[in-house]
Design a protein around this ligand. Sequence first.
Ligand code: F6R
Length: 360
Amino acid sequence: GKGEYDHFMLKEINEQPTSLAQAIEGRIDPANGRIALSDFEPGTFEGIDSVQFVACGTSYHAALYGSLTLNQAGVRSSALLANEYSVSAPPVDDETLVIAVTQSGETADTLNALRQANAEGAQTLTVTNVVGSTAAREADDALFIRAGPEIGVAATKTFSSQAVMLTLLGQRIASDQRGEPRADTESLLAELASMPGAIADVLDDSDAAAIARRYADSQAYFFIGRGLGFPVALEGALKFKEITYEHAEGFASGELKHGPLALVTPETPVFAIFTGEEDEKTLKNAEEAQTRGAPVIAVCPDDHPAVEAADDHLEIADTDQDLAGLLANVQLQLVSYYAADLLDRPIDKPRNLAKSVTVE
Ligand code: F6R
């Protein structure tokens, strides 16, 4: 049941310290900087030349997150919408690893892409929450995120577990390829081990409810981020539109000036996510919106220059740039939740949506 919570969504948001701890349990060894993905023998990914992620919706945002961490680790990779894969997949061969990211393991679009990749001779892997799901049965390998059942239609805890597992997996692929781990693996793993606590801190002391109240009745809600902040901006907007039914859009920070700025008014709050990746540029982009009257809500650490410049602030711990976006995402999940609650929306079962989408 929902226990002390009004909605499963809020319960599942609050479960993230636990679900993340479960995801990484036994899979990292911060003491000696090793990624003990016991699911895979060392060297499993030695022969992989490039990686394609296929996924839909929130899982696509996690896939994009994973793909960007892989690119940053020097491995060729791309994130593709599974529903577009049949018409526009890049070529694959037996050195291509196709990773289907799907919480349920039953999404028709994602299964179709996985089947196509299998038929074309790629190596395949699924990152899923459901043991025994179709994706787990049909992919060559499976990596389980161990998030526990997710009842709310809007995916929350599964997103953070997917993103973390993809970050870990990416480090393994990169180190298998190179024959040695990235120089800063040890510090990344130490930060990762502290993520459950950092998420608990966000949950204990978030101003998200006040921010949701302050900006209720806005015309539209924009989310911007750069690097790993970009998939988080997309996810922040998807969550917001799904459960509030308000207009929300996520943009790469630098894209704002290439068109979307025309939409910006004093009635369009802009949530700006700072991950430590060229933050000064993101701050400039946010200030361009502010100049047009839009309130800016900075999602960043307390001592960040954006705090001073912005109208409001949602705090996250100062962490590795591979992980900062995940803390920001928890703040944005809470903003969406409280905004939807103020509007009295049926949060766990938004109109027109289903938890598992088994049609094309
Ligand atoms: C959004 C949401 C959907 C799913 C998408 C893929 O909150 O839940 O966008 O992420 O339908 O579902 P899975 O991960 O089961 O393949």
